[in-house]
Design a protein. Structure first.
Length: 276
């Protein structure tokens, strides 16, 4: 056998042994949630729609008044605390200004203003803006960086959430300030980006709230919800159900990772081994 043939055979044998080792059942720490996975084409379409809508945002006196109040609110968020009376006065003014914009331009124009606000945010973040460097940026960011930190989307000054998640978090904030439901006007992929991050990556938040987010993520067509539900069972103190669910998912999909997660519950001493 030539030297090159020997090397090829040795490589094949080594690869086979490595594959066999990897295929062996081995317990894996079962605490890591699946990562948020979003369809790339749907994400691109959602962002492109925002970019298009932002160009249609009105610039009338009514629209300018509403933008000004929104920026005032952001500056107040960035410099707490402020009096309850001031908050209520501004909220009443925002309500009146919103009605004026819709009366003059229609509901689509209001949605275009939301998209335009998101585009402004992304320009600030794209310039490295995690902290305001001007009065206008202070109004745009408001308390948003604090929200990102609370939900693990901003860690050590680095944005770690997908861009669409950042965008929909800001949309939710914009909706809230204008007294609209958090996810009003969200497409399915935007709901996935919003609820999926809260469910899968909202460590430190109440488990009940994360489970509610997981249901909304599932209803929006989110990926990995069954695995996450099994891990939520474990977090809730139901290791038997968690191990059984993970094993069923393994049998259905053939993913060794799920089998090893199921074994990890046993290995951690959370369940007595099942007798043959």
């Amino acid at each position: 056998m030539s030297e090159s043939s020997f090397k090829l055979v040795a490589w094949i044998v080594a690869a086979g042994l490595a594959g066999a080792i990897l295929a062996l059942p081995q317990p894996v720490d079962p605490w890591e949630m699946p990562s948020l996975v979003l369809d790339r084409a749907a994400v691109s379409d959602a962002i492109a729609l925002d970019e298009t809508l932002s160009k249609e945002a009105p610039d009338s006196e009514e629209a300018q008044a509403l933008r000004s109040l929104f920026l005032d609110h952001g500056r107040s968020e960035a410099n707490p605390p402020y009096e309850r009376r001031e908050y209520e006065r501004r909220q009443a003014a925002i309500h009146r200004a919103t009605k004026a914009v819709i009366a003059k331009h229609g509901e689509p124009a209001f949605e275009a203003m939301r998209a335009d606000a998101v585009e402004e945010l992304m320009r600030v973040l794209g310039d490295g803006g995690r902290e305001a460097r001007s009065e206008r940026e202070e109004g745009i960011l408001g308390g948003f960086p604090t929200v990102l930190k609370q939900y693990g989307a901003l860690r050590g000054g680095v944005l770690v959430a997908p861009p669409l998640t950042l965008r929909v978090f800001y949309k939710a904030r914009w909706n809230s300030i204008h007294r609209r439901p958090f996810v009003e006007g969200f497409s399915s992929i935007e709901k996935q980006a919003y609820w999926g991050w809260l469910a899968l990556h909202g460590w430190g938040k109440p488990l009940e709230k994360r489970e509610e987010a997981l249901l909304a993520f599932r209803d929006a067509g989110g990926f990995g919800t069954l695995e996450a539900a099994a891990l939520f069972d474990l977090l809730e103190g139901n290791p038997a159900r968690a191990s059984n669910s993970l094993n069923q998912l393994y049998e259905a999909s053939g993913q060794l990772r799920l089998r090893n997660f199921s074994l990890g519950v046993l290995h951690a001493g959370l369940l007595p081994p099942v007798s043959p």
